[in-house]
Design a protein around this ligand. Structure first.
Ligand code: FES
Ligand code: FES
Length: 183
């Protein structure tokens, strides 16, 4: 039996993407299989591990729990957006660099989801304690013991506090830093 397909347009990482999907297709599967944005990882598929986290209209969501049709007309940001689609070290934003410098990842499977949740926290201006406890508490990492990730969050928040533009500038400040030298 042929499943009914639904036409949707999703604004993904700054570009409008129009496609048609089955009603049962998850947002994670749309991103990974249809749009080839494989930086979004899928593990538990029940909303627990956080590895599939993306930003929907700026808000972190578990993309394994959302249907792709629910993203119609909305904005999705994936981990690929943080470095502008580039894969060089120079393209990394401040928190990505801090994760590397502080050894906040080992296998890296959990990392994209953490990057997206922390990016949202940084934009919202959440405090370092709220981010290291509450935000990071929504992500399962089987490798690091979390200390390196906490260190990366503190390092980033400290750097934002020193930055004349402050944490609200977030990725915009990172872009400026990439273009004009490290902040
Ligand atoms: S794969 Fe979505 S929360 Fe684990
Ligand atoms: S770095 Fe391996 S699961 Fe977190």
């Amino acid at each position: 039996m042929n499943a009914t397909r639904h036409a949707i347009t999703v604004h993904v990482n700054g570009a409008a993407r129009t496609t048609d999907v089955e009603a049962r297709t998850s947002l994670a599967d749309l991103l990974r299989h249809e749009l080839r944005l494989t930086g979004t990882h899928v593990a538990c598929e029940q909303g627990v591990c956080g590895s599939c986290t993306v930003l929907l209209d700026g808000v972190p969501v578990r993309s394994c729990l959302m249907f792709a049709v629910q993203s119609d007309g909305r904005t999705v940001e994936t981990v690929e957006s943080l470095s502008g689609g580039e894969s060089t070290a120079d393209a990394l934003d401040r928190f990505q660099r801090a994760m590397s410098d502080c050894h906040g990842l080992q296998c890296g499977f959990c990392t994209p989801g953490i990057l997206m949740s922390v990016t949202a926290a940084r934009r919202e201006g959440l405090g370092v304690d709220e981010t290291t406890h509450d935000v990071l508490g929504g992500h399962v990492c089987r490798c690091t013991g979390y200390q390196g990730i906490r260190d990366a969050i503190r390092t980033t928040w400290d750097a934002d506090a020193r930055d004349a533009d402050g944490p609200a500038a977030g990725p915009a400040a990172d872009t400026a830093a990439r273009d004009g030298g490290r902040a």
